[in-house]
Every structure is written in structure tokens, then in C-alpha cells.
Write a protein that binds this ligand. Sequence first.
Ligand code: SF4
Ligand code: SF4
Length: 174
Amino acid sequence: MDTTFSAQVNELSEQTIELCYHCHKCTAGCPVAVEMEFGPDRVLRLIQLGQKDRVLGSGDIWVCASCETCATRCPNEISVAAVMDALRAISMAEGYATPEPDAPAFHRLFLGIVGRFGRMHEASLMMIYKLKTRKLMADMDSGIPMILKGKIPILPHRVRGMNEVKRIFRETGS
Ligand code: SF4
Ligand code: SF4
């Protein structure tokens, strides 16, 4: 048990995890909870109990899609998405192993593309991720039809206000 863990997560996520009374509303609305070992509200419970190794060793923090559904449903205005973000940052900084070995690389790549263009460019993400993981043919059956139907633009678009995006990345150390 790590008695400093919840304070560490609270500070980094700017949330107050102790406010969670486990009503389960976040988990009920989470689109990927079925793929998780614990699910959003039990991750919060484990943090409250100082179970740092169990939380940071779980694939749940990498399965979270940062969709913010949990934040909009929580009666106590806790953003589990922000908590998951903080957990990923702690996991990478402290070198925790994850059951999803490619997940940290995907996470860094995702942030790198958003930092460069101000938004996601899925074609770049797919291409670089495949080269890095050497899984060149994985998911081609769904990826190619999406490109052909124009669901995945070939060329990236930069957003306006890139200076602001770069400032946010600089100040958050992303
Ligand atoms: S919705 Fe909020 S209070 Fe309810 S379990 Fe989730 S985080 Fe806790
Ligand atoms: S932000 Fe993460 S934990 Fe919250 S509902 Fe979305 S996928 Fe689930």
C-alpha cells in the first residue's frame, strides 16, 4: 500500500478522488469498460486504497479512450479521463510494465501528432505506428476500406492557432 499515491494522482490530474462514492455511473457509461480489468470506478477505489502497483500495472489505464463520458456523468464532477491521463504519465515516468506493451508507444505517438498538427491525423498515426511495431499488415482489412471511402484523409490539416497548441504542450511537458 502506497499512502502517497492518491495525493500524487490528485495533484497531477487536478481531481479530488476522495469525493468518489462509487455510484458506478462512470463505469455504466464508459464505452470500453467491457475491455477493462477493473473499470473506471474500481480504478478510483484502488487509488483511494493506495494500490499503486495494481493500478499502474493494469491495462485499464491504456484502454481508456479519453472520451470524457465519465466526466459528464459523474455527480461529483470527477473527470476519470483526467485521472487516467495522470496515471499514464506516472506509469511512463516511473517505468511501469504494462500488459499492453505497445500502448505507451502508441500514446506518445498520438500526442506527438496532436502536438504537430493541433489535431489527430489518423493516416500518419497508422503509418508510423505500423513501422514502429513492425505490424505492417495488421488491421488492413478495415483500414484500407476506410481510406478508400475518404474516412481517413491522406494529407494532414493543421489547425489555426498552432502557437497556442505548442504553448499548451510546452507548459504541460507533453
Ligand atoms: S460517477 Fe463519479 S462518484 Fe460515481 S463512481 Fe464514477 S467517479 Fe465515482
Ligand atoms: S474517458 Fe476513459 S474511463 Fe472515461 S468513459 Fe471514456 S473511456 Fe471510459
